[in-house]
Design a protein around this ligand. Structure first.
Ligand code: NAD
Ligand code: USQ
Length: 398
């Protein structure tokens, strides 16, 4: 297949690109490199040293003989360029990662909120409008989030996107209807993913676009089979208070002797998936496209759930680290249960990578190797959901 990977320079996009190229697909990355600019804005860098995208693709070609094409395009702002690119290249599939993906970054200030909404919603809508206008029948696979569901628990498992509801008709009869599972986003970032869902529903119904939305949990790990292949193919690994996600942060913190930064009581339960499984799920979803006119296919892309304090205790035990229970900068339920259905990927043959000590050890090793690149002052999560919460945030738990 000819595959366009929008956001292919990012944490999930890069290993996905390599995996698909390895399988013989013709892969094109479309990225505006905004994530690299945000590192500059925040004064942080990936724990792992990332080469330029041009250098990364050169090394891949040198190692494998395969070519990955890179196109510098802003999906949210360069509508005509995007449309022209699609018309010229006519990909069979488009994978859409190209959004601002950090909840804390999206809550930093009114400017960050506005940027996140403008970037994410325009990127998705531009892509949909351009697919219709160019008449390309490409399968669109989007990376959404488990966070659209919110984390309130009514004691029932979260289904894959749709919820059957009983309604009473005007004549007093009972009827069953399936609706998109109601969204309850917990940040401006998660809100943009909820808005994306409505855009997908409309374009599938109105124009017969074939769309798969992957509601992904928190991705952990860093290496995949292909990124292990050469030092310069290494993946991005974020550790800072905005972009670092919880388990990866704990592992880096443990490696450098920084107290593990648990928010509140750590009673928050979240869904997780290893980066290797994330890449595999995308491959499985590509091979299971909906038909034209079919509703949006929604998968829950996660393999297990964990409570934050259990993760902290496990990492502390493994690496002999301390745990710090800090004031939570986020407005979120202090404790929640979470049960999620993921039957569709299991049925397609996903064999989940379980969170186990061997894999955690590997990440701690990577963290130790690059520990000299960590700026400890960038570890605290200082971006708060409200001014009141901001006043309580601890800037330095050390
Ligand atoms: P990332 O920030 O590392 O990568 C996103 C990439 O998209 C970057 O290379 C960035 O430069 C690019 N991009 C952003 N806006 C763009 C635009 N307007 N035009 C062109 N390129 C643009 O993020 P990631 O961790 O790789 O996440 C990828 C996707 O998966 C995101 O949509 C995210 O919401 C979703 N997701 C990520 C996680 C996770 O834990 N990392 C979990 C669930 C879902
Ligand atoms: N947390 C801590 N300590 C930390 C960092 C986070 O206790 O140092 C807590 C947070 O308060 C939260 C939980 O851990 O309760 C998860 O936070 P996170 O930053 O790991 O994840 P989140 O903000 O939800 O965002 C990440 C990705 C996002 C993706 C989402 C999937 O950045 O792109 O959509 O995970 S999900 O959480 O399933 O919605």
């Amino acid at each position: 297949m000819k595959i366009a990977v929008l956001g292919g320079d990012g944490f999930v996009g890069w290993p996905t690109t390599l995996h698909l190229s390895d399988q013989g697909h013709e892969v094109h990355i479309l990225d505006n490199l905004s994530r690299r600019w945000i590192d500059t804005e925040l004064g942080v860098q990936s724990l792992t040293p990332m080469d330029s995208i041009q250098e990364r693709t050169r090394i891949w070609h040198q190692q494998t003989g395969r070519k990955i094409h890179f196109h510098l395009i802003d999906i949210a702002r360069d509508y005509e360029i995007l449309k022209g690119w699609l018309a010229e290249h006519r990909p069979d599939a488009v994978i859409h990662f190209a959004e601002q993906r950090a909840a804390p970054y999206s809550m930093k200030s009114d400017r960050h909120k506005t940027y996140t909404v403008n970037n994410n919603v325009s990127a998705t809508h531009n892509l949909l409008a351009a697919l219709v206008e160019t008449g390309i029948d490409a399968h669109l696979v989007h990376l959404g989030t488990m966070g659209v569901y919110g984390y309130s628990s009514v004691g029932a498992a979260i289904p894959e996107g749709y919820l059957p509801v009983d309604v009473e008709t005007l004549s007093g009869d009972k009827a069953e209807q399936e609706i998109l599972y109601p969204t309850r986003p917990g940040s401006v970032y998660h809100m943009t993913k909820s808005l994306d869902q409505i855009l997908f529903q409309f374009y599938a119904q109105n124009d017969g676009l074939r769309i798969t939305d992957l509601h992904q949990g928190i991705v952990w790990g860093t290496h995949t089979e292909q990124t292990r292949g050469h030092e310069q193919l290494i993946n991005r690994f974020d550790y800072d208070g905005d972009y670092g996600t919880v388990l990866n942060r704990f592992l880096i913190q443990a490696a450098i002797g920084y107290p593990l930064t648990v928010h509140g009581t750590g009673g928050q339960t979240r869904a997780f998936i290893h980066i290797q499984d994330s890449v595999r799920c995308i491959e499985l979803a590509l091979g299971d496209a909906p038909a034209a006119g079919e509703r949006v296919k929604i998968f829950n892309q996660m393999t297990e759930t964990h409570r934050v304090r259990d993760l902290a205790e496990m990492v502390a035990r493994l690496a002999g680290a301390e745990v710090a229970y800090l004031p939570n900068p986020r407005k979120e339920a202090p404790e929640n249960d979470l049960v999620v259905r993921n039957d569709q990927f299991l049925a397609l043959g996903l064999n989940p990578t379980r969170l186990e000590e061997g894999l955690l050890d590997e990440i701690i090793e990577v963290s130790r190797k690059y520990a000299h690149r960590v700026d400890r002052s960038r570890i605290p999560a200082v971006s708060a959901w409200t001014r009141e919460l901001g006043a309580k945030v601890e800037r330095d738990p050390e």
